[in-house]
Design a protein around this ligand. Structure first.
Ligand code: ATR
Length: 292
């Protein structure tokens, strides 16, 4: 099916800075084409100084919805008309929907992560012990989800210990008293990895182009009982995932998180529910496109 833009075409997009690397336009335009939905999804590079103008402009232009990426996921909230309970809890919005001229913010990163984690690792958080590396926005979305899902214990490890402490206290106060924190000293990392079943990297360490880096070096402690999830998907296998696999751990990258957050956003914008078959087909195609 060809994409034809006419007077009825619905506008979707993504605001971020940088935005050129985003895979979302490819995903959403592919879905619209397959579903024969008259919509187009475009990247909008928006600097922090222009964020309020951009959001008000998108509202004025009556776009159907848009994604929000780095560095605007927190700051965008003040310019919206409301946010979902989950977005408020995570403190970040990655998808906005225009409902009758009002802009509503959602967070589909957490749900996207959870679905990918469940399906692709075959594991769950219920009564498990997890280590989260990093304490930024991605870590918060994942830690909130893990806590809601009933993780038994969770340790946040971060280079800047104060941020790990802040996130850990937030989880303990707002969701469940399950969270500890530490820095990235060798001994802290070793103790945390040794005592856990799930390791999740939420930092950018190991991402292209610095692919020789790894957020932790405690590989010797990984074994076939561990599940290791790295939110990085470029490269397909980070040093962390390669080492985890060598040690027999279940190792999964973050492509599924990216894909499913997009699926959930698309369903919200268009008020549709995609079938499991469609989602599986889109995921196969998405992987093909990304890995080209
Ligand atoms: P995001 O919203 O994508 O999570 P972020 O809020 O900037 O981005 O958080 C990035 C995370 O990666 C932080 O935990 C950061 O550690 P600091 O809080 O100490 O900055 C971590 N991170 C980024 N680069 C890192 C590096 N070279 N070594 C260790 N941690 C790093």
């Amino acid at each position: 099916m060809e994409l034809t833009i006419d007077g009825y075409t619905k506008i979707l997009g993504i605001i971020g800075d940088p935005v050129e690397h985003s895979k979302s336009p490819v995903l959403h335009n592919y879905i619209s084409t397959c579903k024969n939905i008259n919509a187009v999804y475009v990247p909008f590079k928006v600097s922090p100084d222009n964020l309020s103008h951009a959001v008000n402009g998108l509202r004025s232009l009556d776009v159907v919805g848009f994604n929000v990426t780095v560095p605007h996921k927190n700051n965008v909230m003040q310019y919206l008309d409301g946010v979902s309970e989950e977005a408020a809890l995570i403190g970040a919005v990655n998808a906005v929907k225009n409902i009758g001229g009002k802009l509503w913010g959602y967070n589909t990163d957490g749900d996207g992560f959870l679905r990918s984690f469940r399906e692709e690792t075959g594991n769950s958080f219920l009564n498990k012990s997890a280590v989260i590396i990093g304490a930024g926005g991605a870590a918060k979305a994942i830690a909130v989800k893990a806590a809601i899902e009933g993780v038994r214990s969770m340790i946040i490890l971060n280079r800047t210990v104060d941020r790990a402490k802040e996130l850990s206290c937030y989880i303990n106060e707002k969701i469940a008293n399950c969270c500890a924190f530490a820095g990235m000293e060798h001994i802290d990392v070793e103790n945390a990895v040794m005592g856990c079943e799930i390791v999740i990297n939420t930092t950018s360490v190991g991402m292209y182009p610095k692919t020789d880096k790894s957020p932790i070096e405690a590989y010797s402690l990984l074994n076939d009982k561990h599940t290791v999830y790295d939110i990085i998907y470029n490269p397909e296998k980070t040093e962390l995932l390669k080492s985890a696999e060598e040690k027999g751990s279940k190792a999964v990258n973050g492509l599924g998180m990216l894909f499913y957050q997009g699926i959930y956003a698309y369903e919200k914008w268009m008020d549709i529910k995609l079938s499991e078959d469609e989602i599986a087909k889109f995921y196969t195609k998405f992987k093909e496109i990304i890995q080209k």
